[in-house]
Design a protein around this ligand. Structure first.
Ligand code: KIV
Length: 271
């Protein structure tokens, strides 16, 4: 049985099959139809409408002000630009304090806007929500490590799980999310050996950002990749537009670099 759907589009089983055959997954954020179309045509496998839109589109200092309606607006736009890539939408800060709000958000982002999976940050109370969503046929992507919605507690955007204790806790959270039924896991800004081990041990695709080359795939904020985000470019990111003539070429170079294992390099690995 083919893992792609009738239109040749990416599916969740297709993503899992890529992990199983060792084919790296290239993922990117997008927020509008035109950029989504370019990413799709460049061969990006998964497009995320991240709540990073609060920073790169809306100009906020964090992702905290982003509303469910903002993600819905951008998800519907991105949907119109995609033919092949799997569309994932972020649940923004405190938009899912309980099951009912999580179900309504799923109804909005999947049922009305066309996402194929939702991404939720963190563990703790989120585990129970993930299980409830999955039970109702809502595919979920977890997100551990540097979770930007926790920036007030964390005090900034930096490498997480440096110490053994924190690594043990993160691994236990990842396992709990898998047991709750996630279909994929984003690991952000964690030591590369931890990410490599989790990618090897967990049965779901592990997609890294600032987590080294040992993950099943990589994701970047598209504006970082193009060198147009405000502020300093994160060390784990590469400006793929530099020396290239177009956004399409930059996206294609990113996909190639991920698939061939050229990205991230040692210099782009935090620890
Ligand atoms: O919001 C976002 O863009 C994200 C990615 C950085 C993974 O969560």
């Amino acid at each position: 049985m083919s893992e792609a759907n009738n239109h040749g589009a990416m599916t969740i089983p297709a993503l899992l099959a890529m992990k199983q055959r060792g084919e790296r997954i290239a993922a990117l954020t997008a927020y509008d139809a035109s950029m989504a179309r370019l990413a799709d045509r460049a061969g990006v496998d998964l497009v995320l409408v991240g709540d990073s839109l609060g920073m790169v589109i809306q100009g906020h200092a964090s992702t905290l002000p982003v509303r469910l309606e903002d993600v819905a607006y951008h998800t519907a736009a991105v949907r119109r630009g995609l033919e092949r890539a799997l569309l994932v939408a972020d649940l923004p800060f405190l938009s899912y304090p309980d099951r009912e709000s999580a179900f309504l958000a799923a109804r909005r982002l999947i049922g009305e806007c066309g996402a194929a999976m939702l991404k939720l940050e963190g563990a703790g109370y989120v585990i129970e929500l993930v299980a409830a969503l999955v039970e109702r046929e809502v595919p979920v992507c977890g997100h551990l490590g540097l979770t930007p919605q926790s920036v007030l507690r964390l005090g900034g955007y930096r490498l997480q799980a440096r110490e053994e204790d924190a690594q043990r806790r993160l691994a236990a959270d990842a396992l709990a999310l898998v047991e709750a039924g996630i279909s994929a896991l984003v690991l952000e800004c964690v030591p590369s050996e931890l990410a490599r081990r989790l990618a090897r041990e967990l049965p779901v695709p592990v997609i890294g950002i600032g987590a080294g080359p040992g993950c099943d795939g990589q994701i970047l904020v598209s504006y970082d990749l193009l060198g147009i985000s405000p502020g300093r470019r994160p060390r784990f990111c590469r400006d793929f537009l530099a020396g290239r003539g177009s956004v399409s070429e930059a996206f294609a170079a990113y996909v190639r670099a991920v698939k061939e294992g050229d990205f991230p390099s040692a210099a782009e690995t935090l620890a």
